[in-house]
Design a protein. Structure first.
Length: 321
């Protein structure tokens, strides 16, 4: 009897060790990193940069997939409903913190169904225009808009996107009437401005810089509290005559809520290691992004603050859909 019990106990112990070993071996297969927007925008560019480096650090491929649509909620729902095993992750940015207020009847609750892994960067907005408008300064745009209400328009990557919310906050604070034109993705929206089919684009320097440098966009102001090193000639909104306008897009990674702490910590540590490399720091800085790492607990707290902030903005401006 004792022999049987001993064998059973030994078998159980071996099984537990095997499970523990399998768990400790994470990752042992490719990881999917979902970008909930179409290709070409800041989420896509940042996500692919981070995804490539994450695969190198973890020693397993990180497959980056775009699942855009419905203001990023399609891709977010996909990850929220995925197995909580750490093999399906989501790139998030500012719109993620607004969606629970912005949209009704979502198939997920981001505060309950997803958890933070890490925030890794942030970037102020750059408001730029099609060169054919003739505007060289923010004041020139405002003067024209007040004299010609509704004749100017700004583009976004879709209703409820970061560009949309930032744009509505901007025109409200400036007390001007400018029409909003949503597109399916930031890349398509920016292309319309550069082609002269629309007037104004609101995006991070990460999105806009190459087009500014090639003179296909004219930057008017940046939303940060100081000028960007990569665009030193472009004034802040405070300098341009609109103090108090602050809107930046941050980027991070979240996972399904049930992913174990040790896996979350492994992923967060890997992201921190990536951000500690001079090459990545230089790459982010060259694109106008700021290093802004937050670990899992601090990122979750930050997300709570962002949800509250954007809930107030959405309610005040009547943007809920």
């Amino acid at each position: 009897m004792n022999t049987i019990l001993s064998r059973t106990a030994a078998a159980t112990a071996l099984a537990l060790l095997a499970l523990g070993g399998a768990h400790a071996a994470y990752p042992d297969k490719p990881i999917r990193l979902i970008i909930p927007f179409a290709p070409g925008g800041g989420n896509d560019l940042t996500g692919r940069l981070i995804g490539d480096e994450l695969g190198k650090v973890l020693g397993k491929p990180v497959v980056v997939e775009n699942k855009g649509g419905a203001g990023s909620t399609i891709g977010t729902a996909f990850v929220a409903q995925a197995a909580p095993d750490g093999y399906t992750l989501l790139i998030v940015s500012t719109p993620y913190a607004a969606n629970d207020t912005l949209y009704k009847n979502l198939p997920f609750n981001s505060a309950k169904d997803l958890r933070g892994v890490a925030r890794f960067s942030s970037a102020p907005n750059v408001v730029s225009v099609y060169p054919g408008t003739g505007f060289k300064t923010w004041k020139e745009l405002v003067d024209y808009a007040k004299a010609n209400p509704g004749k100017l328009n700004y583009v976004s990557s879709g209703a409820g996107s970061f560009q949309h919310m930032s744009g509505e906050m901007l025109v409200d604070m400036a007390n001007i009437k400018v029409e909003h034109i949503p597109y399916k993705g930031a890349g398509a929206a920016m292309a319309e401005v550069m082609a002269g089919h629309a007037h104004i684009t609101i995006g991070t320097a990460f999105q806009s810089l190459s087009n500014i440098r090639s003179n296909r966009l004219v930057p008017l102001a940046v939303s940060g509290d100081k000028r960007l090193d990569i665009l030193p000639e472009v004034p802040t909104f405070a300098e341009a005559g609109l103090p108090g306008y602050a809107s930046e897009n941050w980027f991070g990674v979240v996972a399904p809520a049930g992913v174990p702490d040790d896996i979350i910590n492994t992923l967060s540590s890997a992201l921190k290691k990536i951000l500690d490399t001079p090459e990545i720091q230089q790459k982010l800085a060259s694109e106008g992004a700021n290093l802004a790492y937050l670990g899992p607990k601090d990122f979750d707290k930050y997300l709570e603050e962002e949800r509250a902030k954007w809930s107030r903005v959405i309610t005040q401006l009547g943007l809920a859909q």
